[in-house]
Design a protein around this ligand. Structure first.
Ligand SMILES: [Zn+2]
Length: 173
């Protein structure tokens, strides 16, 4: 079985986007830990960018990501338009199919729009360190959209379970 690196975006010193009093980094850590719970239960070998509330900085996450054939890093999207919604992934071409499966799982679980798997330069940056290290960036939902945030709070365990199921299949492939 292939091992998976599961990372929370941003770090203990970089909160990422902040909206409605919520910090992107906190959501990323929470979701990382929920996915890890299901991977542990399924017996899938995995490593995290810290345990509990620890969220190591990107430079350390990148070092660890390179030790694993599969990697995901969780983020929240953010936009000036409060109506921007949905889930998307950013990855290298080799991970586009897995990215699409993750998008579908999160979109169905949260009942949000599936924006789809995108190349790494589709986001606000052109080269993403985590993608360069062989991983997939997962933008779970828009933290700047109150309805997206409410959908996450209501159904996050379903999303974590379903993402872990996709990753478990990928680890076995
Ligand atoms: Zn982010």
């Amino acid at each position: 079985m292939r091992s998976i690196f599961v990372s929370a975006g941003h770090s203990n010193t970089d909160p990422g986007a902040v909206a409605f009093g919520r910090r992107e980094a906190d959501i990323a850590v929470e979701f990382r830990n929920m996915v890890a719970f299901y991977l542990q239960r399924a017996g899938v070998p995995h490593e995290l960018d810290g345990n509990g509330t620890t969220n190591l900085p990107l430079r350390e996450a990148v070092v660890r990501a390179k030790r694993h054939p599969l990697g995901v890093e969780f983020h929240c999207n953010a936009a000036a338009a409060a109506t921007a919604t949905g889930v998307e992934t950013l990855s290298a071409p080799k991970d586009m199919a897995l990215g699409a499966e993750i998008c579908k799982a999160v979109a169905q679980a949260l009942g949000l729009r599936n924006r789809g798997a995108k190349p790494e330069n589709a986001g606000q940056h052109h080269r993403l360190a985590f993608v360069q290290a062989g991983g997939i960036i997962v933008e779970l939902f828009f933290i700047t959209n109150a309805a997206d945030l409410a959908a996450y709070d209501a159904r996050k365990w379903v999303a974590a379970r379903d993402v872990a199921a996709v990753l478990t299949q990928a680890a076995k492939a």
